[in-house]
Design a protein around this ligand. Structure first.
Ligand SMILES: Nc1nc2c(ncn2[C@@H]2O[C@H](COP(=O)(O)OP(=O)(O)OP(=O)(O)O)[C@@H](O)[C@H]2O)c(=O)[nH]1
Length: 153
């Protein structure tokens, strides 16, 4: 299903971030994840710098775990621009939202930085702006995530 989504994506070099999810209880899914990282980071050169988050899901199934945290992190961090987290989408108290919010924040900063670099300007508002400017920037960019389905906050 994931591969289908990828082949349909024509402008991979224009994406702001990539999230790859595997199951900690399925070594095949981890191998597929590494195949995807090979594709993104080595075959698909324009996305080399694109922030990429790899998530080991299903940590609630500890008794079925076959992919170790240390091993997975070590493999993933070898790829440029990659970070690694683990979570459980099934455990209601898990930090899925925190992980995604933090990654989105990172992609927005890096995407703004890339745009500014492409436009040939010297500084980045996202990384060297005053705290006030940065706060206003994120408030604007995150306002879309704080709304419920009716559009109210
Ligand atoms: N125990 C547990 N089950 C999960 C978790 N996340 C997803 N699942 C279950 O795993 C199954 C597959 O989840 P999907 O959301 O369909 O994910 P998918 O990537 O399309 O899954 P695949 O069928 O493996 O390709 C479903 O039965 C989910 O309920 C998790 O964190 N813990």
């Amino acid at each position: 299903m994931l591969m289908k989504t990828i082949t349909q994506t024509e402008n991979l070099d224009q994406v702001d971030g990539i999230v790859v999810v595997f199951s900690c209880s399925d070594s095949e899914s981890f191998n597929s994840c590494l195949d995807l990282l090979d594709y993104f980071k080595f075959d698909c050169k324009p996305t080399l710098k694109t922030p990429t988050l790899v998530i080991g899901n299903k940590t609630d199934l500890q008794h079925l775990r076959v992919v170790g945290t240390v091993e997975a992190r070590k493999c993933v961090l070898k790829y440029p621009g990659c970070s690694f987290e683990e979570c459980s989408a099934a455990a209601s108290d898990d930090n899925v939202e925190v992980i995604f919010r933090s990654f989105i924040k990172k992609t927005l900063v890096e995407s703004d930085t890339r745009v500014i670099e492409q436009n040939g300007r010297k500084s980045s508002i996202a990384t060297v702006g005053s705290p006030k400017v940065v706060r206003a920037h994120f408030k604007r960019r995150f306002s879309m995530f704080g709304r419920d389905r009716n559009g109210s906050n």
